[in-house]
Design a protein around this ligand. Structure first.
Ligand code: NAD
Length: 472
């Protein structure tokens, strides 16, 4: 156990409701000794539980039973997530539905996934089989815990692995619920265990643990780089889903009404705490003032309310310390010379005084290479950038380190195709935004990540290819 830091002291991790400041629940932080024991149990379960050698349709039965178990508790889970991270209840319900769909999808995939066969060349026939890595780590952020957990756990189990899931210390309550439901659904004991605690402590220890053979991470780019370094040293595969600064492009020939609605929803949904938030709106110069005015007018009407209030459109941020980061981000934008067109402040009075709220904020007048236009706020902050032609759009659109997603609004099919191919992004939305289905791969270009989750690719992440030859 040389790679591990000194044993961490067992302590509680408290989850606080960012809408009220009240304590929602607590979990025990995993110590390094416990981590060691968990990795041992995971390997024992991997070798002895029979999970990895179950016939695919039997594994599928359990994954479908996990989906049923989540569905049976969906309202309670959505409410727990709302309290754990402050997202509006309707959004949390959507994330629970997504988790259910993910388990069902990978139940289907593990029955139908195809591998390669090369027919006989006379002396032999060759084919490939997919094998699990053994014990894998799944590390998730706080913004959509149940959805992000399912996106990793379902395919990792479908591929036959044992999983150590580490939720964020800022939203620790959903991971244990998923493990409880999975056990009840028939997943063998210790095939899914939950590691709790701070990323820099137990998260780093988990990645470094010699018994962990693959790491799947969703979170910030700086963390992803650190995890990637450790995995590089260990020579184990790593999948990274990281941050973004996604451009949302509006051409003069767009359906402006739809574009404006999508731009506002694309950044202010989830209070901007979405990796694919369209945080840079890029508007063709000839319509810049008019369209930006419409976006600002619409943003000002958004209902910033507690996450369980009727009609809520923007809830609080996920934690008070995250709000501090957003406040600092906007203050720096001011220093960089940005014009605050709306928001730019913490609302006060009533519910606002108890929760981690921040008003939807739109900023313009900044150079596209300013820090505000380059770095992720991960909050309700939109920067507006004009462009005069396609060449300038592509230069500015691709002019960040990120490449997660982009949106394009135009009535010209050919232009949409051209720009969609030219922008460096893992997901391109044309005349729509933030759509996501389990069947379609998701991931980033450049500093937004390595690997693709969802779809068949999402299962292949958790499997290694073995090539076999049969002599005839
Ligand atoms: P974060 O990187 O701080 O933490 C994410 C997870 O990693 C947490 O569980 C944390 O405890 C753990 N962690 C932190 N340091 C670690 C270390 N050294 N070793 C191992 N684990 C460590 O990110 P966050 O603040 O929780 O989430 C916000 C970020 O996540 C944003 O940048 C956002 O864009 C990104 N994100 C990306 C996607 C995507 O699919 N691309 C989805 C959601 C969020």
């Amino acid at each position: 156990m040389d790679a591990l830091p000194p044993a961490l002291q067992g302590e509680d991790l408290i989850s606080t409701n960012p809408a009220t400041g009240e304590v929602v629940g607590k979990v025990q932080v995993t110590t390094t000794d416990e981590l060691d024991a968990m990795v041992g149990r995971a390997w024992h379960a991997y070798h002895n539980s029979g999970w990895k050698s179950l016939l695919p349709h039997r594994r599928a039965l359990v994954l479908n039973a996990i989906a049923d178990g989540i569905a049976a508790e969906k309202e309670a889970l959505a409410t727990l997530q709302m309290k754990d991270n402050g997202k509006p209840l309707a959004e949390c319900r959507g994330m629970v539905e997504s988790a259910i769909g993910t388990f069902r999808y990978y139940a289907g995939v593990c029955e139908t996934i195809e591998t390669n066969v090369t027919p006989s060349r006379g002396e032999y026939v060759s084919f490939t089989v997919l094998e699990p890595f053994g014990v894998v780590a799944a590390i998730t952020p706080w913004n959509s815990p149940i959805m992000n957990d399912a996106t990793k756990v379902a395919p990792a189990l479908a591929a036959g692995n044992a999983v150590l899931l580490k939720p964020s210390e800022d939203s620790p309550l959903l991971g244990p619920e998923l493990a409880r439901i999975a056990l009840k659904a028939g997943l063998p004991a210790d095939m899914l265990q939950v590691v709790q605690g701070k990323g820099a402590d137990i998260g780093a220890a988990l990645v470094a643990h010699p018994g962990v053979r693959m790491v799947s991470f969703t979170g910030g780019t700086t963390t992803g780089r650190a995890i990637g370094r450790t995995c590089g040293d260990k020579l184990i595969p790593v999948a990274l889903e990281l941050g973004g600064k996604s451009p949302h492009v509006v051409f003069a020939d767009a359906n402006i009404e739809h574009a404006v609605a999508a731009v506002v929803a694309g950044i202010f949904g989830s209070a901007g705490q979405s990796c694919v938030a369209g945080s840079r709106v890029m508007i063709e110069e000839s319509i810049y003032d008019e369209v930006l005015a419409q976006i600002v007018a619409r943003a000002k009407t958004l209902k910033v309310l507690p996450p369980d209030a009727a009609g809520v459109e923007v809830g609080p941020l996920a934690s008070f310390h995250h709000r501090d980061r957003v406040v600092a981000f906007v203050n720096r934008a001011r220093q960089e010379g940005g014009r605050i067109l709306c928001g730019g402040e913490v609302p006060t009075g009533g519910d606002y005084d108890r929760g981690a709220y921040y008003l939807p904020t739109i900023i313009d007048g900044l150079a596209y290479d300013s820090l505000t236009c380059q770095e992720e706020a991960f909050g309700p902050v939109l920067v507006a950038i004009p462009f005069k032609d396609e060449a300038e759009l592509i230069e500015k659109g691709n002019g960040t380190a990120f490449g997660l997603a982009c949106g394009i609004w135009t009535e010209s099919f050919k232009k949409a195709w051209r720009i969609g191919r030219a922008l460096e992004a893992g997901s391109v939305w044309i005349n729509t935004y933030k759509q996501s289905v389990t069947t379609t791969p998701f991931g980033g270009f450049k500093n937004s990540g390595i690997g693709r989750e969802k779809g068949i690719d999402g299962l292949r992440l958790y499997a290694q290819v073995k090539s076999m030859y049969f002599g005839l």
